[in-house]
Design a protein around this ligand. Structure first.
Ligand code: SF4
Ligand code: SF4
Length: 353
């Protein structure tokens, strides 16, 4: 479970409810506001052997890494971390902070030898290639990444993790996976009788390589669709498979404008993350996930290596990407349309289904 940014009493009550229903892994990060402190407070008094704790620190803090690990332990009110992730290995720069002489790996290995950290993993919001490259170093026991029904780009990394016998934690399947806690009515109807959260969690967990998922509940009453997903394990049931097929069929609505997310159009000289912009367009048109698209689209140019790329308006129509697209998409026009959709005021609509 990951703790969102909510009032202290509510956060503590949410963690207590999580413990009550059997959630036993709590995941946070130095960079998540006061989340470490809140978790420490909320879990105080519970038998430490009843739960696992993960926190994360970005490698760029390599000069203060030891101090920061100790601060995390203090805030979490614990003597040890069950798991520690290098947070956000999203590019070669973060990899360098990790592996350079005097880098964070040396610091973490020392902390492990002293019993402060039991297991080491890494998280990434970066390109698939960086995730695979980091996994192949053989230094990590687990990977923490994005993989959801609505974003299956990292499937290859999940399969490789299985071969390498690494654990896999899915980051934020509910929020980053599509803001499914406020799913549009249309999507709710498509996944009925299940909640979109339930179907997405079952989709993730039906991969045998996936070890666990984060829940990200903000209120004690928000666990129901997650509990529903936990009722089953293993392969998707026939009913669940039917819903996935129903969702897959929705992409037909896009006809010849569907981006298949192959990533062959990159690189763009203007640093536009073409596949990600067009993925958001796919979701808006196929599932009415416009608000989710706006939420993610506005992060371009505002989140550094955590969500790389510029907004679609930077397209100069140089056409370099066109011959690389196997679908023969008119990428500049589709980018312009995506920008129009995600820059609209709520309620206005300038495109047709
Ligand atoms: S046409 Fe636009 S999106 Fe394609 S490479 Fe040129 S600037 Fe990038
Ligand atoms: S090459 Fe075409 S289909 Fe593939 S990601 Fe780029 S725009 Fe989409």
């Amino acid at each position: 479970m990951q703790l969102p940014d909510v009032a202290e009493d509510q956060a503590v009550a949410t963690v207590h409810r999580a413990m009550e229903i059997g959630i036993n892994h709590y995941e946070t990060a130095r960079g998540y506001a006061n989340s470490e402190e809140l978790l420490g407070r909320a879990l105080k008094g519970f038998d430490r052997s009843r739960f696992f704790l993960t926190t994360k620190i970005t490698p760029k803090h390599y000069q203060n890494y030891r101090k920061y690990i100790e601060e995390s332990l203090t805030r979490l009110q614990t003597d040890y971390l069950d798991n520690f992730d290098l947070h956000g290995i999203n590019n070669d720069e973060q990899l360098n902070y990790t592996f350079m002489k005097g880098g964070v790996l040396e610091t973490v290995r020392k902390a492990m030898s002293e019993g402060l950290i039991r297991h080491l993993g890494f998280s990434s919001h970066g390109p698939l290639e960086i995730i695979l490259k980091t996994m192949e170093t053989g230094e990590f026991e687990s990977v923490n990444l994005h993989y959801y029904y609505f974003n299956q780009r990292n499937l290859q990394a999940i399969k490789r993790a299985g071969e390498l016998k690494m654990g896999v934690l899915i980051i934020s399947p509910t929020d980053k996976g599509g803001q499914l806690h406020k799913a549009p009515q249309y999507l709710m109807e498509l996944t009925s009788p299940y909640h979109p959260i339930t179907i997405n969690l079952r989709f993730c967990l039906s991969n045998p390589e996936v070890t666990t998922v984060t829940v990200g509940a903000a209120h004690p009453d928000e666990f129901n669709p997650h509990i529903e997903a936990a009722k089953y394990s293993g392969a998707l049931t026939e009913g669940e498979q039917e819903i996935i097929e129903r969702l897959n069929l929705q992409y037909k609505k896009l006809g010849g404008t569907l981006c298949t997310l192959c990533h062959k159009c990159l690189p763009c000289p203007e640093q536009i993350n073409i596949p990600e912009v067009l993925r958001l367009r796919n979701l808006a048109l196929a599932f009415n996930m416009v608000e989710f698209g706006k939420y993610r689209y506005k992060m371009f140019e505002n989140a550094d290596h955590w969500f790389w790329g510029k907004k679609a308006t930077f397209c100069t129509r140089c056409n370099e990407c066109l011959p690389r697209c196997p679908e023969r998409l008119n990428i500049p026009d589709l980018l312009a349309q995506a920008h129009a959709i995600f820059s609209l005021d709520k309620g206005k609509r300038k495109w047709s289904d």
